[in-house]
Design a protein around this ligand. Structure first.
Ligand SMILES: [Cu+2]
Length: 504
């Protein structure tokens, strides 16, 4: 049996001289020619991820204007009819798993199934029988690969017919159609993680579109890349910035191929996936929806995380699973070094997962509006919590890790999924945030009844710095500012900003 090898989309300059891209375009064109109710059509596949055509599984009624699919400024011209039967819709559509530990395996199965359909089409058109989905490695150092491969920006194919990889609603970080991934803030520091659960792959969840347990791989690079590539223009957010639109854009699958590659690289670096049956068996174990993908013949393939645990099980590999060296320097070692702790062994953090529950040590008192102008708040810390953090920093040693401190934006609700912000704490940069998934997380019905997004930022290094400068006082000043092109969303609110400490 052939092992299929997924290769870098930037081969041959990322143009149609790269046969992987030319055949991808031909396959996508064929899938786009199929009707919405055909399970092997481009449109059906995008709706498996998420859609704004019909109310399904907590997605809420479709918006009356954009991003309802009927209002997408093409190309491509996106159909909203003929609809599949209601039972097919509830079996397949709105499946994407985000903000939890099923994010990596669900997307692996999704790509694998799409790749099989595309390969079938490509072979039937006389293309290579070993064709595999390329990946876009925007993180590749010392190259211009942070830019979108040129084949996606061209309006025509080499034969002068329309290029199906070209998408109008793709605006980029500055909202001007120049598509690239800014590095930083996008990075591959997630590869430093040593535990899957609660860290690399996300927290324990059931079948979920947007829970509150986003893992590091999903946050950065995944969510950031969605927000930056999608961008916004006027009141239109790019397709990639919203999970109910994203999989309509052919660049989506090359972004996810890279995310899947990072996961494979993380495993190749001796990090393990969960062995809990609740993960291996998928959400079915708790009586939830199953993961289903259409096969090339249109019938259903049901899969579990256990079935997609390694790429070799699925008979494919990547031509490159190296991780750049800086990503492997332990975050904890850097903290301890800064706090003045002499270190014997800084190579790798222990594989131990922290079982400690986060302890709330402060919170804002009122909800706030997160409009296009951003927001700010003063978060008061309680005296005993603050004292515990301070003493843990004073006692820090190689075998006694200092507490980690997190800032959490809770109950973030609204509709401007494509918006991105920076967050600072006491005027020090704490991180970027992406609102990918905001609309679905805010919908009134569904698994979490509109709880909104929960966004967590590790502010330990800022707290360390404040501590070292004797500036760690009883409150923190949080400033949230929009970056790049932003959508106006007057209804976007944050219920609470809180601060947690975690004992390590
Ligand atoms: Cu995604």
């Amino acid at each position: 049996m052939t092992t299929f090898t997924r290769k870098n989309a930037w081969n041959q300059g990322g143009t149609f001289d790269n046969p992987d891209l030319l055949w991808y375009a031909k396959g996508v064109k064929e899938m786009m020619s199929r009707p919405l109710n055909d399970p092997t059509s481009w449109w059906f596949y995008a709706a498996i991820h998420g859609q704004y055509i019909v109310d399904n599984d907590g997605s809420g009624p479709p918006p009356t204007g954009y991003p309802n699919w009927a209002f997408i400024p093409g190309p491509p011209a996106v159909p909203t009819t003929p609809l599949p039967s209601p039972s097919i819709i509830s079996q397949y559509w709105n499946q994407c798993q985000h903000a939890g530990w099923f994010f990596p395996p669900w997307h692996r199965g999704y790509l694998y199934a799409l790749e099989n359909i595309l390969r079938g089409i490509i072979v039937s058109h006389g293309g290579p029988s070993d064709w595999a989905l390329p990946y876009w490695n925007y993180l590749k150092k010392q190259t211009n690969q942070y830019q979108m491969p040129p084949a996606f920006a061209s309006q025509t194919l080499p034969d002068n017919t329309p290029n199906p990889l070209f998408v109008n609603a793709r605006y980029g970080p500055n909202g001007n159609g120049n598509i690239y991934v800014p590095i930083p803030p996008v990075n591959q520091n997630c590869q430093q993680a040593t535990a899957y659960t609660n860290e690399y792959g996300g927290g324990v969840t059931g079948f979920d579109h947007f829970d509150s347990s986003t893992g590091r791989l999903e946050n950065n690079p995944h969510n950031y890349v969605h927000g930056f590539v999608g961008g916004a223009s006027g009141q239109i957010g790019g397709l990639m910035g919203d999970p109910g639109l994203a999989a309509l854009d052919p660049i989506f699958y090359l972004h996810h191929s890279n995310i899947d590659r990072l996961w494979a690289a993380w495993n190749a670096a001796s990090n393990s996936n969960p062995t809990d049956t609740a993960w291996l068996n998928g959400p079915t174990a708790s009586g939830d929806r199953k993961f289903y993908m259409p096969k090339p013949d249109g019938t259903a393939w049901q899969y579990t995380p256990e079935m997609v645990n390694t790429t070799s099980q699925l008979n494919y590999t990547y031509d490159d699973i190296s991780i750049s060296a800086p990503a492997l320097v332990s975050k904890n070692a850097m903290r301890l070094r800064k706090l003045g702790v002499p270190l014997q062994n800084i190579s790798k953090e222990s594989q131990m997962e922290s079982k400690a529950t986060p302890e709330l040590i402060g919170a804002s008192t009122a909800s706030m509006n997160l409009g296009a102008a951003g927001a700010n708040a003063v978060v008061k810390l309680d005296a005993s919590g603050l004292q515990k953090v301070k003493s843990s920093l004073l006692k820090a040693a190689e075998n006694e890790k200092p507490d980690e401190v997190y800032l959490q934006l809770e109950g973030v609700k609204g509709t401007a999924d494509a918006n991105m912000y920076t967050v600072s704490v006491n005027h020090q940069y704490a991180g970027h945030i992406s609102l990918f998934g905001l609309r679905v997380a805010s919908a009134k019905k569904g698994h979490h009844a509109g709880a909104g997004l929960t966004i967590r930022l590790d502010i330990s290094s800022i707290v360390d710095e404040l501590h070292l400068n004797d500036e760690l006082k009883d409150s923190l000043e949080v400033i949230i500012q929009p970056v790049g092109s932003t959508l106006i969303d007057d209804q976007c609110t944050i219920e609470r900003i809180s601060v947690y400490k975690v004992k390590k």
